[in-house]
Design a protein around this ligand. Structure first.
Ligand SMILES: [Zn+2]
Length: 319
């Protein structure tokens, strides 16, 4: 019962962080090395993160969608930076070609710098703190930041392509009993960055801060769709990092908005049409399976597990 023990450990460790505040927290997190001016003149945000998100109190709005200009593959350099396991966008891919990944919101472009994990989650949804939360840190030319938060809940399998990243950590740590939490590299891996963030990008948005020093302003988008992690992979991440969760901060008079819209292609399809499409798709699938079975009777001797690899749990249970 690995996780039960971990939870007890985590509860203790989180309360230590709460009482010791910033002294424990490493200062390099979230701050891309390409932003020296921000490092030398940090101005803490008025409003801090993370927060407890109350889905019932958030304001539903038709907010502009985030436009993802991510390539299909990106080479990431993996490291434990003294605070978290972080995947930095490598300047060049394996073939030496310059890499770029960005998002657009309200006509402003933000470049993806890195993503990293927090265990357990920093944002709390209602009363639920998830085992993990990933932060995708984007920065615009003017230094402003937009961070996308993605939760992971316990599951049978780890949502792809996070499993690829965790396999890389596991293979690098294979020969070690436990790493010593000094800064270290875990090598590099190629991932599809768009698949790391759920396709259903509806999210809670609010003005907050970095969750470690220098606590500068961040526009937060915390995605509602939940990804999952297997117990084995969760253990690997705990071996690679340690508890790095800041306690929740006062919301004050801030608003949390919930983006009630979905991606543009789905917006144009009326619900009845979606149902028709689904029914037609299922019919086609059935027919093609039947045809395939007739042609290749052996191929279907085992149950297909393809559905288990799809992004799981597109919505959260009420808490
Ligand atoms: Zn973070």
């Amino acid at each position: 019962m690995f996780f039960d023990k971990k939870i007890l450990f985590l509860i203790g460790a989180v309360s230590i962080i709460n009482s010791a505040a910033a002294a424990i927290i490493h200062t390099d997190d979230h701050v891309p090395s390409a932003a020296p001016s921000i490092k030398s003149a940090p101005v803490a945000a008025k409003f801090q993160s993370p927060i407890r998100i109350d889905a019932n109190k958030s304001m539903e709005k038709d907010l502009p969608d985030i436009k993802f200009n991510y390539p299909k593959t990106l080479l990431f350099d993996l490291e434990f930076n003294g605070h978290t396991v972080q995947a930095n966008v490598s300047e060049k891919d394996a073939a030496g070609k310059e890499q770029e990944a960005s998002i657009e919101l309200n006509g402003k472009e933000y470049e993806l710098k890195q993503f990293h994990m927090h265990a357990p989650s920093e944002h709390v949804l209602g009363n639920k703190r998830y085992p993990l939360e990933w932060h995708f840190v984007h920065q615009a030319d003017d230094g402003s930041r937009l961070v996308i938060g993605v939760f992971m809940d316990d599951g049978k399998e780890t949502t792809a392509p996070y499993n690829g990243l965790i396999d890389q950590l596991a293979s690098t740590m294979k020969k070690e009993e436990q790493h010593d939490f000094n800064k270290r590299s875990f090598g590099s891996c190629v991932l599809n960055p768009r698949a790391l963030i759920p396709a259903d990008q509806r999210c809670w948005r609010y003005d907050g801060s970095l969750t470690s020093a220098p606590y500068t302003p961040v526009y937060w988008c915390v995605v509602r769709a939940i990804t999952t992690i297997s117990p084995e992979d969760l253990e690997t991440l705990f071996r690679a990092a340690h508890v790095n969760t800041r306690s929740t901060q006062e919301l004050g008079d801030r608003d949390v908005s919930f983006d009630a819209t979905i991606d543009p292609p789905k917006k144009t399809i009326a619900p009845t049409v979606i149902l028709k499409h689904k029914a037609a798709a299922q019919r086609n699938k059935k027919q093609s399976k039947q045809r395939s079975r007739a042609k290749h009777p052996r191929k279907f001797s085992h149950r297909s597990t393809a559905s288990q690899h799809l992004p799981q749990r597109s919505s959260i249970a009420a808490h």
